[in-house]
Design a protein around this ligand. Sequence first.
Ligand code: PAF
Length: 307
Amino acid sequence: MQNYKNLCRLLAKYYVCTLLMFCYRVKTYNQRQQLAPVLDNLRSLGKRIGFVPTMGALHMGHISLVDKALKQNDVVVVSIFVNPTQFNNEEDLKKYPRTLDRDVKMLGEKGENIILYVPSVEDLYGNNVVSGHFAFDGLERQMEGRFRPGHFDGVGTVVSRFFEIVKPGKAYFGKKDFQQLRIIETMVKNLKLPIKIIGCEIHREKDGLAMSSRNERLKPNYRDAAPFIFKTLKAAKKRFGTESAYKVTEWVRDQFAGHELLKLEYFVIADEETLQPVARKSRSKSYRAFIAVFADDIRLIDNIALN
Ligand code: PAF
């Protein structure tokens, strides 16, 4: 009887393990030579291929992009690659969270129409780990471009390489990196690539903090302070209804001037189309406020549509 019970327990364990392995199974490729023919074959069968590029440490913001892509395509390629050429700070690159096992599990739960591409640096760059030079109609000179020199050349290089390999019909980018989204739209337009860029809304924690892989690194007191960023953005939006961009900007600077934990790097109100800072408001234009803040050594960015 005891032996029978042990056998049942063993079988149950085996069943659960197999089920988990099945649930978490994601077709994963590390080399473009292996991935490209698989995608060519899918394309020849008329399958629509969507693409969600990420640097991993996935959170619900990424998953919402994957969900949207799954709804609009037959197959979704998700890439996980911490791109060295877009980091202008060695420490930031070193400390960027890497959680591949957890990421694979999260994607596995999304079903079988996901293909994961986790290339090595060599697979994308060979032995020449440098960026190309890109002009994005001047969008690259504002905000992140001013404070992170070379960042958008790195983003342009890696995303254009991904586009060459994956050749998606649609690619998905979050609006938290709104400047990046505008830059990729411009790159696709300038290079006449047959790819539709889909911008996806910012995903927030319950307390308003924009979801970001970097949030994982916040110490508890900084994590508690961080929702102040979105709170200030919301208040700035309200003020922008009646005050000039200059006055709102001064007000935001004052809010952070006395803050114990959060250090403002920039706050800019800009035209959504050109990303040029607004000098005088016009009714026919859409504006957005952009912010970058240091919480300890962790840099957080966020933005809000103003009208
Ligand atoms: O937004 C990101 O995570 C990265 O900039 C991207 C688009 C994956 C390129 O490395």
